[in-house]
Write a protein that binds this ligand. Sequence first.
Ligand SMILES: Nc1ncnc2c1ncn2[C@@H]1O[C@H](COP(=O)(O)OP(=O)(O)OP(=O)(O)O)[C@@H](O)[C@H]1O
Ligand SMILES: O=c1[nH]c(=O)c2[nH+]cn([C@@H]3O[C@H](COP(=O)(O)O)[C@@H](O)[C@H]3O)c2[nH]1
Ligand SMILES: NC(=O)CC[C@H](N)C(=O)O
Ligand SMILES: [Mg+2]
Length: 525
Amino acid sequence: MRQDIHQDRVLILDFGSQYTQLIARRVREIGVYCEIFPWDMPEDEIRAFAPKGIVLSGGPESTTALDGPKAPGVVFELGVPLLGICYGLQTMAMQLGGRVSTSDEKEFGYAQVRLAGACALTDGIEDHVGTDGVAMLDVWMSHGDKVTELPDGFSAVGQTSSAPITIMADEDRQWYGLQFHPEVTHTPQGARLLERFVADICGCEKLWNAANIIDDSVARVREQVGDDTVLLGLSGGVDSSVVAALLHKAIGEKLTCIFVDTGLLRLGEGDQVMATFAQHMGVNVIRVNAGERFLSRLAGEDDPEAKRKIIGNLFIEIFEEQAKAAGGAKWLAQGTIYPDVIESAGARTGKAHVIKSHHNVGGLPERMDMALVEPLRELFKDEVRKLGVELGLPAEMVYRHPFPGPGLGVRILGEVKPEYVEPLQRADHIFIEELRRDGHYDTTSQAFAVFLPVKSVGVVGDARRYEWVVALRAVETIDFMTARWAHLPYEFLEKVSLRIINEIDGISRVVYDISGKPPATIEWE
Ligand SMILES: Nc1ncnc2c1ncn2[C@@H]1O[C@H](COP(=O)(O)OP(=O)(O)OP(=O)(O)O)[C@@H](O)[C@H]1O
Ligand SMILES: O=c1[nH]c(=O)c2[nH+]cn([C@@H]3O[C@H](COP(=O)(O)O)[C@@H](O)[C@H]3O)c2[nH]1
Ligand SMILES: NC(=O)CC[C@H](N)C(=O)O
Ligand SMILES: [Mg+2]
């Protein structure tokens, strides 16, 4: 019988920390399945989830406020190990009868914890030994409140100079609390502490790895779709490519990928996607050459949101045509990943402003009456990449920078004119080629060229040139929600600029974008 890789699972209750997703990623890296839910998850759902252990995350609130968030009572009734991190520790202390105080002294950054006591969580884990022979941990902190009185049954295991209860433990009930953040890499022993908790204390078997996830997804997809045909929008980006490889493994010929060549892709991308999937991997891919349709629909439109809508609608139209041609396929596969799920839950509260309406085929099923197949729904991007490698996708594809669905449609500012496309594709290609050559591709998260429909004077070989401007954009980011512009070396930028102006007749000037997100966004439109 197939072993259930979701059986040994950890529940993470989110109190709003910046690092909650990081806790989940660390636990998964250790090899244990976990899910994040809001702190006020209903009690019956917590029971139904049947966790082997629970982590209470950090959070921005203060437990000293009257109506601060609290862990649901059931957490203390299930008889499973608990780990409170920062706010999680504080609320545990408070709810169990201890005391938390706000001090004026905030502790941000490095701290040293003296492990004066012992407990199963920390035994044998240390960074160094102090002059008095006591084990020490280097940790990363970010808090203002601290636990000043222990609840019954707990003992203090570690302290810093400013917080006497930095680690607390109730060994009988296997309840632990850490004032510091084990999930960040700045806490060198953090991963070991988390591993100790989920593997040894909670007793979770480490079954969560790429090979097992693939076997499990393949089996689940087969159960879900039986002998039916599945359609997948294949973009050549990481997520949909991994879905294609996974579904091909699961249902072979029953998978049909629709690859829409919008004419607004990167240089040579259409052929490259076809070569990888159709030729090397034997996947059914229908390439729909729709460049002219996209360009003629976009003609005359210069508003970014209107352009996105035109592109999104045309994607839907093309999909509808293809679904009909495929004899009314019932299933639509998508590359939805776990952050999409978490973020859209956040977006559903309706508090966020719409900065730009990201194109997605996500709008498809409602309008097309197809049921969804989303095998990556519970995975983080780094896990998706590991699956891609395991499934035999070329590293170049797996580690590719993300590329937005509307493509160059939002990288040509204002009206998209056919004559702008090729110079932009070529400039982008030179930039990416040089980034790869000099080893900057893997250290930047996303890089591309933007076409500015502005003319500027140049002098090339004693001749006057009056042509367009290209902007280069390169950013470093973890989650694409915030980003820093990449501080690429001047010599490197100089080389790229020279090549672009020398090799592309229609470009007379190159500029580098030094805006962060926020206040700018990553794409220019
Ligand atoms: N040119 C295209 N042809 C067919 N489907 C597309 C195309 N562009 C985007 N899509 C669909 O839209 C989805 C969302 O696009 P998105 O760019 O977010 O993901 P991706 O392309 O799979 O991965 P990445 O984030 O690495 O680019 C894709 O998973 C794919 O199903
Ligand atoms: O599929 C997509 N459809 C879109 O309309 C879209 N707009 C932006 N992006 C990508 O999202 C990330 C954040 O981009 P912004 O900072 O520009 O919002 C970056 O990775 C962008 O490339 C899109 N992806
Ligand atoms: N990072 C945290 O969880 C902080 C908890 C709480 N808001 C404090 O300042 O102490
Ligand atoms: Mg993409």
